[in-house]
Design a binder for this molecule. Sequence first.
Ligand SMILES: NC(=O)c1ccc[n+]([C@@H]2O[C@H](COP(=O)([O-])OP(=O)(O)OC[C@H]3O[C@@H](n4cnc5c(N)ncnc54)[C@H](O)[C@@H]3O)[C@@H](O)[C@H]2O)c1
Length: 440
Amino acid sequence: MEQETHSPTVSVFGLGYVGSVTAACLAERGCSVIGCDVQPAKVEQINQGEAPISEPGLDELMAAQVSAGRLRATADAAEAVRASAISLVCVGTPSTASGALDLRFVEAVAGEIASAVAEKDGTHAVVFRSTMLPGSTRGMAERFFGELIAAGKVEVFFFPEFLRQGTALADFRDPSLSAIGVREEAVSVESIAAILDEGAEPMPLESAELLKYACNAFHATKVSFANEIGRIGKALGIDSTRVMAQLCRDQRLNISPYYLRPGTPFGGSCLPKDVSALSLQARALNVFSPTIDSLLESNRRHLESLIERVEAVGARDVLLLGLAFKAGTDDLRGSAMVELVASLLMKDFSVRIHDPDVAPRNLVGANQRFAAAKLPALETLLVEDLAGALDRHPQTIVASKPCASIETLKASLGEGHHVIDVNGWADLAEVAPSYEGLCW
Ligand SMILES: NC(=O)c1ccc[n+]([C@@H]2O[C@H](COP(=O)([O-])OP(=O)(O)OC[C@H]3O[C@@H](n4cnc5c(N)ncnc54)[C@H](O)[C@@H]3O)[C@@H](O)[C@H]2O)c1
């Protein structure tokens, strides 16, 4: 890409909430910026130093940057491309009538940029910032820029935008998160990171696209969850604002990365029963709480996906590493792995289990009753000698919790062993001859 590290020229396509903030803030950073929009009124406003949208601080910033000569606008896409080395695409990606993603505006801009780049000398970077589903940027790169990329004239990136309206300037200057999607690992992000954010994490295009959706879905989940707790609390005469404020004080389990890693279905003696009780109480109160109600169903689907993975491998012998719901405990109540074994036995798989924490003779009370009801033949399924249990080929090894040493596994795993890692067991991928993560 053209290296203009001191004062790069940037064109910004789409001068709405994202584009006009981006254009003004990049000019503030010293870039020479040309904005482009199909709405002549917006172009005119910017050229007069006025913000085309209402955002605190933007009017003043835009006026200063336009009068300093670092920011102007045009309705002519070719002119914007000619005047820049980097194009940022910030046009809208609305929903179609059915709720699907509408890429019409992004495609129109991509076509305009591609035609203009083909006519100009030098290289050009195209950075999509509009929110788009995984695969969209690569699809567009191939469709509009394939030949230009092959000729080394264009590189395409996806740089998700995380600013919030109302605090957009502060968010742009100090983003809460910053990632840059690249087509191939070898592609250099320097020219883009230099103007947008030095600290941006490079990742595959599709990962950066999914990251934006994951963030928004997570935010929506948080809001819906808090509102459901609010409605249940109100129906019970409880001050839920106070309850949620306390919930947020726990920064070890609640507001933290804990419980946010794709992996095992939830289980144990508390989560399934407590979610179920809360959901039923909401129903009894006539409070509609679909987010909370959906949790057990979502968990069940996740377990089903594991069963489907095991079936897809094709081996009839299955060895489960770890039966209890987490390491260091023999608590089988609500363990998703108990359900897995019961389902696989019903489907005529030959299942054996290695879990040094579980000794059927030591199980007592509700734990013993649960195991007896779900897996009456548990004692006959357990194997102590892991190396011996790995003598069958082909065999699927479902690794649920790290209950064996990596050295033992390395020595015993071989041809015909396929490992399905349920919970992200460190180093397992390196020692398994054939490996897949349940959901990664
Ligand atoms: N608004 C936000 O807070 C926010 C935050 C993060 C990400 N996003 C994402 O950023 C993208 C833009 O959102 P927005 O809120 O700024 O949209 P917006 O509707 O405010 O602005 C889009 C602009 O694109 C212009 N446009 C359409 N076709 C064009 C073309 N062919 N050439 C030039 N300009 C064209 C429109 O005239 C409009 O001014 C969307 O994908 C959105 O999901 C928005």
